[in-house]
Design a protein around this ligand. Sequence first.
Ligand SMILES: NC(=O)c1ccc[n+]([C@@H]2O[C@H](COP(=O)([O-])OP(=O)(O)OC[C@H]3O[C@@H](n4cnc5c(N)ncnc54)[C@H](O)[C@@H]3O)[C@@H](O)[C@H]2O)c1
Length: 330
Amino acid sequence: MIRVGVIGYGTMGQLHSANLKKLPGVELAAVADLDAERRRQAEAALGVKTYEQGEELISDPHIDLVAIAVPTDGHGALLKRAVELDKHVFCEKPLVRTKAECRMVEKLAAKSTKKIGVGHVVRFSPEYAAAREKVLAGSIGRPAVARTFRGGSMFPLGWQDWYADFDRSGGVILDLAIHDIDYLRWCFGEVTRVYAKSTKGLTDERMEHAFVILRFENGVIAHVEGNWANYQGQFYTTLEMAGSKGIVSFDTRHTAPILYTKAGAQGEQANVTLPESPALVSPYEAEIADMIAAIQEGRDPKVTLKDALATTRVALAALESLETGQAVNL
Ligand SMILES: NC(=O)c1ccc[n+]([C@@H]2O[C@H](COP(=O)([O-])OP(=O)(O)OC[C@H]3O[C@@H](n4cnc5c(N)ncnc54)[C@H](O)[C@@H]3O)[C@@H](O)[C@H]2O)c1
C-alpha cells in the first residue's frame, strides 16, 4: 500500500485527490492546506487527516508519496523538504519558479533514493501522444517546423489570485505555454535557442499573450503561442508538426466535447479549465496512475525530474528573453 499526502487542496489538489482515491494499492492518507475551509472540505469529501502546513504533512512518517499542488512559487521549498526526508514526490508543473531553485532541486535530488515525477500532463494526452508517434514513425518525413496554441478562455483564478502575480506564476509562458514546450522537447529533443515576446507590461497580467520561438538541436523550429487574454470563450489547444513528407495536426475544438470550468463564485477559486474527452482515458488520471506504477515497479515515472528541469529551464530562458529582448542560447 502506498500512502499518499496531497499538499494544496485547490483545483489540482482536489483533482489529484479524487483520482488517487480510485487507484488500487493507494491510500490517500492526508491533505495539507493553509486554508481552514479547504481542510474542512477535504475531511468531509475524503475522510482524511489534514494538516495546515505542507511541511507538517511531509514530516508525517506514514506518508510515502507527497503530491505537491500549491502555487508555483511554493514548489521549491516543499520539494526541498520532501527530498531531504527521502519521500517519493509528484510535483505539479512548472517544477519551480526560478533558475536558482532548478539548481537547488537538481543538486538535492541527486542524493534521492526515491521516485520524483512531474505533472507535464500533455505527455499523457492520447491525441498528443499519437501525433508524436506519427512523427517518430517517420510519417511526416524529416520534421522541420511546429506550431502550437494553448488558451482562449477566462483568466485562471487561484488562491490569493496568485496566477495574476508574475513573481508567483511566471505569467502565461511559465504557467501555460510550458505544456507545449515540454511536449515539443518530448518530440524533438533539446532546445538550443529561445526567443520570446509577450504583452507583459503592455496589458494587465490577466491579458498576457505570448509567443515563444524555439530552435531545437535537430534543426526543427517551433512557434509556441500561449494566451491568457481572458476571452469569454472556450479553452482550446492546437498542434501542427510539418516535415519533408507531410503534416500532422490536432485541434481540441473539434475533438474535446467536454470542457469543465468551475464557476468563480465569491470566495471561490476557479476558472481553470480542464479539457476532457469521454472517449479517452483522462490524462490527469493516467499521469497519477503512472507515478504510482513507477513506485510499485521500481522504474522511473514517464516524466522525470531531468525532463522537468530541462523544460523549466527553456521556459525560464523565454522569460529572460522577454526581459532582455534578445534570444537566449541554452
Ligand atoms: N497540469 C495542469 O493542467 C495544471 C492546471 C492548473 C494548475 N496547475 C499547476 O498546479 C499548481 C496549483 O495550481 P491550482 O490552480 O490548483 O492552485 P489553487 O490556487 O487552486 O490552490 C492552491 C492551494 O494551495 C494551498 N497552499 C498554498 N501554499 C501552501 C502550503 N505551503 N501548504 C499547504 N497548502 C498550501 C492554498 O491554500 C490553496 O488552497 C500550480 O503550480 C499550477 O501551475 C497545473
